[in-house]
Write a protein that binds this ligand. Structure first.
Ligand code: ADP
Ligand code: MG
Ligand code: MG
Length: 929
């Protein structure tokens, strides 16, 4: 026959599936030699059989229970209903995974009128006995019989009221006795039968109640939410009672072996004297902190400390324990791995490794990416949050706490922000047009848009808090206010948003800040992660400040240095970069075709006919005004960009800097069409400035000629370099001249030039050839031919991935631009899709997750893997990395590790998380020998 019942002496901690967490650990602690009130556990399998049988005891169960009762009576020398030494037990449910929503514990089972009398005789403590009895009736009626607990507590409350006392322990003995009588009377009234006096009847009913509690609606809902299997079942523990309510040298408490809130060493917990079970948690009296126990009862504290040490030594993790002191004697009633905050998790993992309890790998493994995320974002003070007015709750789009004045438009946000004020930008949704305001804001609040809306993505990239899709608020952009419920928030009113929870508060909620450099435990853990990991972790940074920050976070290079901003004006510069870009574009109408033709002829100068053609065209070009201006415009921008690169190279001394050449469509550098149209119309109406009108009309015609139906697939990336002669050459010249300059100053510089949006090897070849020429010339002129640099490409178009073997012939490195690669592999335009249908597809389970957040391994990922393999076939030492947003997402990082990438690159704030995730990937899928 199948064994359904295990004594605590028979199980161990590996048997959680069968004995539940509580039962398995009680058994484990028994064999550790700790003081455990003995008992037995009915298996989870029995629970399932019980359910399958429609709520009946499976055959043989009761007999088996009786056998174990007998054993228990022997070990404890007590007996149910005994006149000398009556046995009382608790009946405790306990699933393999700790699960609120299941049956509460019944204490003091076995109590009845006769046992009460006996116990009074034995203990001489009438108060204790009636107290235990009234508790039992309450719990049994409520938990086992499903009666209203409130009614039973009401009986006790009435007595307290009559005696004019408020505390449970202040009630007179007689009052307690009357309470029991009153409760029994109530029970009979409600149930039509006497309160069960036979311990065996009580036991049977209690076991059935435990099993039935597995299938209550609230338990089922909880399991569904947590994804717990319904077939798991709960175990049922029957355990000898020990009494914390036997006077003031008794008590009941909980302890964590280290602090669950900050991880510091030393016991953390509470103890309530003269109390039973859950009185501590119920808050009927103020319990004593264990730190105070240290001073008041050092011996007891020492004993608890020894136990804490024993269990930690054994379980190798922080434990959350329950204990009871019965007339000075300490008993342990439960242990489990303690839940903890992010800060505590990190400290405990590192401390335990340093104490030699666990190894560094285990410590690193115990810290989750979420822990780091939580730790590094400033948080609201929980107490302050309690008191604040909660206005609404939206999507927790980017964690962190932000406080600022509500501002409803980006330009005004910029104004206030630049004036040094704290701003929360509140928008129906943000667009790239709002970026100026977003930069200076503490955080963003949007009414619409999901977790991958513009606001959310930008926020996470910058490490700013964001609450998105907060549909409860009604923004009125005309009046610059929003309403929510009874509240109206006007521009300038203070708001606090919690991006980790999605909460929006009125006013300024106090914060607790965290600074990475002060997080010594985290820094240590990440050093260990670096020792473990195989992947490099680089950062996406476009300027010296971000580079410095990323290095502090542990980045070992720049994987993506965007250069677009280098074409826009920067503060304090006398010449406008942007005006020069506009000039270049305007003059390109005439200049670019001619220059391209020259370039083409240049390739065949050996042919005398072509040479003649070239010379003629060259002469024409050299005297062409448009070409002169075109070239001059580029020349004007060059020094600025060179100095931009100098700053970045200096900040990344010793590490590679991968610079992506110009990527966006050219029209982004021109004024918007609508704006020009308006200006032209105005000028036409007024008719007083024909000069300007002509200029604007021309500009408008250029803007219109650059207009694209589908800019994402238009003239951008390397295509711009191929169509605007001199443009990327200018960039490479700036890069290489900067490299030369800093190298002369002693900086260890490693420039890598990255060509975006390649789809065909010929594009790559053409760009590569001319850029290489420029680079070589700079080095030669500086007499620095030993300065190493690379030219490679982004892989963001499926065709490039498919022809990686060809492309690797020219490209010295690959970097996956997984944002575009995902768009093009899915045939989805991200900006159009996320709000409209993509997130809906995720909700409906049509897609397992948002492919713009987590790499789609089967599709995009497959392409990446093919690409890596093919590329390395051509060039075995090909360096391959990823610089899309996925580079900071743990699951994607794991995938990048698996397919053999050399590095991931992510925003500075994600660097610590990426270092950890890379170590996790190596621990799960070792690549190192
Ligand atoms: P939960 O899973 O809700 O914590 P428990 O089964 O752990 O429920 O019990 C609730 C409370 O009763 C705990 O404080 C526990 O320590 C106490 N308790 C349980 N069994 C006994 C017992 N045999 N003797 C004394 N106290 C007990
Ligand atoms: Mg418990
Ligand atoms: Mg791209």
């Amino acid at each position: 026959m199948e064994k359904r019942v295990y004594d605590f002496t028979e199980g161990n901690k590996e048997m959680k599936a069968l004995l539940g967490g509580k039962g398995a650990n009680l058994a484990e602690m028994t064999s550790l030699g700790l003081n455990i009130p003995q008992g037995f556990t009915i298996t989870t399998k029995t629970c399932n059989d019980f359910m399958d049988a429609g709520g009946k005891f499976p055959e043989g169960l009761w007999e088996e229970v009786l056998e174990h009762v007998e054993t228990l009576e022997k070990t404890t020398s007590k007996k149910f209903n005994d006149l000398e030494a009556p046995l009382l037990v608790s009946v405790r449910s306990g699933a393999p995974i700790s699960m609120p929503g299941m049956m509460d514990t019944v204490l003091n089972m076995g109590m009845n009128d006769q046992v009460a009398e006996t116990m009074i005789k034995l203990t001489g403590d009438e108060r204790f006995v009636w107290d235990a009895y009234r508790r039992f009736i309450t719990m049994f009626s409520d938990v086992v019989m499903g009666l209203e607990r409130h009614d039973y507590e009401g009986v006790f409350d009435k007595i307290k009221e009559a005696e004019g006392v408020s505390g449970d322990t202040d009630v007179s003995v007689n009052g307690l006795k009357e309470t029991v009588a009153g409760m029994k009377y109530l029970y009979k009234e409600q149930m039509g039968v006497d309160f069960p006096q036979d311990p065996m009847d009580q036991l049977r009913a209690s076991i059935a109640a435990v099993f039935n509690s597995w299938d209550t609606p609230r338990a089922r809902t909880y399991r569904k939410f947590e994804g717990i299997d319904d077939k798991m079942g709960t175990a049922c523990n029957i355990q000898t009672m020990v009494f914390g309510n036997m006077g003031w040298d008794s008590g009941s408490g909980v302890m964590f072996t280290r602090s669950p809130s900050d991880g510091s060493k030393g016991l953390f917990g509470e103890l309530l004297f003269n109390a039973q079970g859950e009185d501590v948690v119920a808050g009927i009296r103020t319990p004593m902190h264990l730190s105070d126990l240290h001073d008041q009862q050092p011996d007891l504290y020492k004993e608890l400390e020894n136990i804490a040490e024993t269990v930690e030594e054994h379980y190798k993790d922080m434990q959350d324990m329950e204990f009871t002191i019965e007339q000075g004697k300490l008993w342990i009633l439960q242990t489990r791995t303690g839940k903890r905050t992010a800060r505590s998790a990190i400290m405990i993992a590192v401390d335990m490794a340093e104490e030699g309890l666990i190894d560094k790998e285990t410590a690193v493994k115990r810290i989750t990416p979420g822990n780091i995320d939580q730790l590094l974002h400033p948080q609201f003070d929980p107490a302050a949050k309690e008191e604040a007015v909660l206005l609404a709750k939206g999507l927790n789009a980017s964690p962190g706490a932000a406080v600022g004045k509500a501002i409803f438009n980006a330009d005004r946000a910029e104004e206030h922000g630049k004036a040094g004020e704290q701003v929360i930008l509140v928008r129906p949704e943000t667009t790239p047009d709002d970026v100026n305001g977003m930069i200076v804001s503490q955080g963003f609040l949007t009414q619409h848009g999901g977790g991958t809306s513009h606001a959310a993505v930008v926020a996470r990239g910058w490490g700013k808090p964001c609450v998105a899709g907060c549909e409860d608020i009604r923004i009125d952009n005309n009046r610059n206010l929003f309403t929510v419920g009874e509240h109206t928030i006007n521009e300038g009113d203070w708001l606090s948003i919690d991006g980790a929870t999605g909460e929006v508060f009125l006013g300024q909620v106090a914060k607790i800040e965290t600074a990475f450099e002060k997080e010594t435990k985290l820094i240590k853990a990440l050093e260990w992660a670096d020792e473990i990991k195989h992947l490099g972790v680089l950062t996406n940074a476009d300027n010296p400040e971000d580079s410095v920050k990323a290095r502090q976070f542990g980045a070992t290079g720049i994987g993506l240095c965007r250069t677009e901003h280098m074409f826009f004006d920067q503060e304090g510069e006398e010449i406008s970069r942007r005006e020069n870009v506009v000039e270049m574009i305007l003059k390109s109408e005439v200049a670019a075709p001619m220059l391209r033709q020259l370039e083409a002829l240049e390739l065949s100068l050996d042919d005398p006919e072509k040479k003649a053609e070239y010379d003629a065209l060259k002469a024409k070009a050299d005297s062409n005004e448009d070409i002169k201006k075109y070239k001059k415009a580029l020349e004007n921008i060059l020094p600025f960009q060179r100095s931009d690169f100098v700053g970045i190279f200096e900040a990344m001394d010793g590490y590679p800097v991968i610079v992506r050449l110009i990527d966006p469509p050219m029209h982004e550098f021109l004024p918007p069409r609508e704006e020009l149209l308006e200006e032209v119309t105005m000028l036409r109406c007024k008719g007083d400035n024909p000069e300007e009108l002509k200029e604007k009309e021309y500009l408008l015609s250029v803007v219109e000629s650059l207009w694209e139906t589908n800019p994402m697939l238009g003239l951008r990336g390397c295509r711009a370099g191929l169509m605007y002669p001199g443009l990327t050459e200018m960039q490479v010249q700036a890069i290489m001249e900067a490299a030369v300059e800093v190298k002369k100053a002693g900086v260890d510089v490693h420039p890598e030039i990255m060509i975006p949006l390649t789809s065909h090897i010929n594009e790559m070849k053409a760009e590569h050839e001319k850029l290489k020429k420029v680079a070589e010339k700079v080095l030669k002129d500086a007499d620095m031919e030993n300065l190493k640099y690379k030219i490679g490409t982004m892989i963001e178009i499926p065709r490039a991935a498919l022809t990686a073997d060809e492309i690797a012939e020219t490209a010295e490195f690959f970097s996956f631009g997984t944002n575009d690669l995902t768009q093009m592999t899915f045939g989805i335009s991200r900006d159009d899709a996320e709000g409209k249908f993509l997130l809906n597809f995720v909700d409906r389970g049509l897609l397992p997750s948002n492919p713009f957040q987590v790499i789609d391994r089967e599709g995009v990922g497959k392409l990446m893997k093919m690409c890596v393999d093919a590329g390395r076939k051509t060039r075995p030492d090909l360096e391959v990395g990823i610089c899309g947003e996925h580079g900071g997402e743990p699951s994607s990082i794991e995938f990048c590790h698996q397919i053999g990438l050399n590095y991931v690159s992510c925003s500075p704030y994600r660097v610590p998380i990426a270092r950890l995730a890379a170590a996790h990937a190596e621990l799960d899928y070792p690549k190192k020998k």
